[in-house]
Design a protein around this ligand. Structure first.
Ligand code: NAD
Ligand code: FE2
Length: 400
């Protein structure tokens, strides 16, 4: 029975892969380099905007990251106001509050400045501005029919790649679920990759978000929906992350490492928005929804376990990643194992645990069910899990 289900899912995923290959992705105009946030402000003015809503979180306002960008917009003749009500894993309510401000103030565009939480919140505010329907009715695949308000993005973490993805993740605290929204119109119009904005990012957030970017590259590369373009992006991203993340964590002020990380995270974002992610994300999203585990941290903890399980069906792909990062030697299987071992070593160096303290045995059946549901029709994973297999895998992460 399970074998038949897997066969049918594989057939579905082949169709999915070719549909994705012909989807008209419209990549954002990208300004890449130290200080490029200013170039994006000029671009926004050039697009004729009169009043934009800056969507961000209170921490970034406090850190003084927003004021210089707001001043630059004003110098370019664009009025702006700040909505800083976004919190990590933005909720429907926080997004609705941002949308109220957008509407009341007569804004004509959105500038997201922040991590994935702020960029995702701005995406959904933009979707809300053009679609007269509740947020929960737009979650899922291709349900944002009315388009989007103009959206510009400046990531301040190097992790989610949300500045180049067609996804936004909304938290529904009532249902204790994270609701992914995927639609071509959620792609920002332009973005700036400016490593200078990341030099104050604390080491634990740098490592967790960096491991999120690595997860995107790895899951996109081992996905059965990968193609030659996503392969090139994923391999380059993985190599850049392995080479620069340890420096960015140990020496946060190193602008070169920060710039390389934001570039790599963007490449990984482009790869996974086409090839998809996999069980690492499916399980990690549920840790986030139930225990508020930060997204990158949850991915970092889960990734080695999912890769151990997947290895028999993707040894050569993991070996390619290892070769690109100059890790290991010998057969594909040896290289693949060395690659997984390196991920474990990186986690250890960064102080990322091997178990999730918050995880409760009683929650495992529910986590496994939700993860399998999320993955079933969207992630072309190399090796499929059934309910029992997924429960066993998650149980390995229980605290001892
Ligand atoms: N849309 C997508 O394609 C996509 C992909 C993966 C994850 N996500 C979502 O993105 C969210 C996570 O985003 P994230 O990992 O970037 O974290 P985040 O946006 O939640 O930010 C985490 C913390 O870092 C702080 N921070 C951000 N930039 C900083 C800086 N430069 N200096 C100091 N502090 C800074 C923030 O204030 C916040 O407290 C989750 O909701 C996740 O589900 C979206
Ligand atoms: Fe992610």
């Amino acid at each position: 029975m399970f074998a038949l289900k897997v066969f049918l899912l594989r057939c579905y995923m082949i169709i999915f892969k070719y549909v994705v290959m012909i989807l008209p992705f419209k990549w954002p105009t990208t300004f890449d380099g130290a200080g490029s946030a200013k170039d994006l402000c000029k671009h926004i003015a050039g697009e004729g905007h009169k009043k934009v809503l800056i969507v961000t979180d209170a921490m970034l306002v406090q850190l003084g990251l927003i004021d210089p960008i707001k001043a630059e917009l004003e110098a370019q003749g664009v009025e702006s106001l700040i909505y800083d009500g976004v919190k990590p894993d933005p909720t429907v309510e926080q997004i609705e509050a941002g949308f109220d401000t957008y509407k009341k103030e007569g804004c004509d565009g959105l500038l997201a400045i922040g991590g994935g939480s702020s960029i995702d919140a701005a995406k959904v505010i933009g979707a809300r501005a053009k679609n007269n329907k509740p947020i929960r009715k737009m979650t899922g695949l291709f349900r944002v029919f009315g388009g989007m308000a103009p959206l510009y993005a400046i990531p301040t973490t190097a992790g989610t790649g949300s500045e180049v993805t067609i996804a936004a993740v909304v938290s529904d605290p009532e249902a204790q679920r994270k609701l992914p929204m995927m639609d071509l119109s959620l792609m920002p119009d332009a973005c700036a990759l400016d490593g200078t904005l990341m030099t104050g990012l604390p080491a634990p957030i740098t490592s967790a978000t960096g491991m999120d970017a690595l997860t995107h590259a790895v899951e996109a590369y081992i996905s059965r929906a990968a193609n030659s373009k996503t392969d090139a992006l994923a391999l380059e991203a993985a190599q850049m992350i392995m080479a620069n993340l340890p420096t960015a964590v140990a020496d946060g002020g190193n602008v070169e490492a920060r710039q390389a990380m934001t570039s790599a995270s963007c490449k990984a974002g482009k790869a996974f928005t086409q090839a998809g992610v996999g069980y690492v994300h499916a399980i990690a999203h549920n840790f986030g929804a139930l225990y508020h585990t930060p997204h990158g941290l949850a991915n970092a903890i889960v990734m080695p376990y999912v890769l151990d399980f997947s290895l028999p069906k993707c040894a050569s792909r993991l070996a390619d990643l290892a070769r690109a990062c100059d890790i290991g030697s010998g057969s594909d299987e040896d290289r693949a194992k060395a690659f997984i071992a390196r991920i474990r070593e990186m986690n250890e160096t960064f102080g990322i645990p091997t178990k999730l303290d918050a995880l409760k045995a009683n929650d495992i059946p529910q986590i496994a069910k939700a993860a399998l549901e999320e993955a079933r029709f969207t992630y072309a994973v190399p090796r499929y899990l059934d309910q029992r297999g997924c429960e066993d895998l998650v149980a390995k992460i229980l605290p001892v």
